[in-house]
Design a protein around this ligand. Sequence first.
Ligand code: AP5
Ligand code: MG
Ligand code: ZN
Length: 213
Amino acid sequence: MKIVLLAPPGSGKGTQAKMLADKYGIPHISTGDILRDNIRAKTELGVEVGSYMEKGELVPDGVLVEMIRGRLLHPDYASGFLLDGYPRTLPQADELSKILNERRNRLDAVLYIDVPDDVLIKRLSGRRMCTCRASYHLLFNPPERDGICDHCGKKLYQRDDDREEAIKTRLEIYKQRTQPLISYYAKEGIMLTVNGAAEISEVFTRICRLFDD
Ligand code: AP5
Ligand code: MG
Ligand code: ZN
């Protein structure tokens, strides 16, 4: 299965991708997680992208294209992947097609998770993250112990881009730069849409139903 999750910030890409990766045994590639790991480790890449991400702006295409090409050409991803957060622009989508064509491969599906803006804002502003990549929500998906990760016991933190100004920027950029990809993939006939305005487990059931059909 070669799948792209193409959906707005806060729609549940990361939450659903982790569950789908477990169920179907395919690797989850989140470009946001990879970039945040680099920022924490203060790598050259992390230093380069930090200021864009903090403000909720897109990192330049060239950086992402290089990163994704390196991963997808790795044998671990030859039989499948769940791409979460890439592509986000038309040039990134073209590059993905090129990489897959080189291996005589193609995407099986692009999943759009449909969630209204007011719900997205509530989800993002209440999210809390762990450095182990687990994510929670203060109201909708709280950890067992306040502020502590269920998986690894570390203290949870709020992402810089989950503050009001950056959330606004991310939603605007999504509409301008990423939303046009829906018609790009619709033309290829591989778009699947799920209504994401429901509980996490219900959205998961809906997605599995689409994939199993
Ligand atoms: P990235 O990390 O990909 O952020 P994003 O797209 O803004 O998406 P989020 O991770 O915020 O949301 P999500 O859809 O994963 O939702 P989640 O499951 O966490 O990218 C960050 C930045 O990196 C970008 O802004 C950019 O700077 C850079 N970047 C990355 N890729 C790039 C690219 N290709 N090109 C250029 N730049 C790039 O859920 C959100 C919250 O809601 C959580 O608290 C969760 O618990 C809760 N929740 C989830 N589902 C439900 C539900 N059904 N009901 C109730 N609550 C729910
Ligand atoms: Mg995410
Ligand atoms: Zn953790």
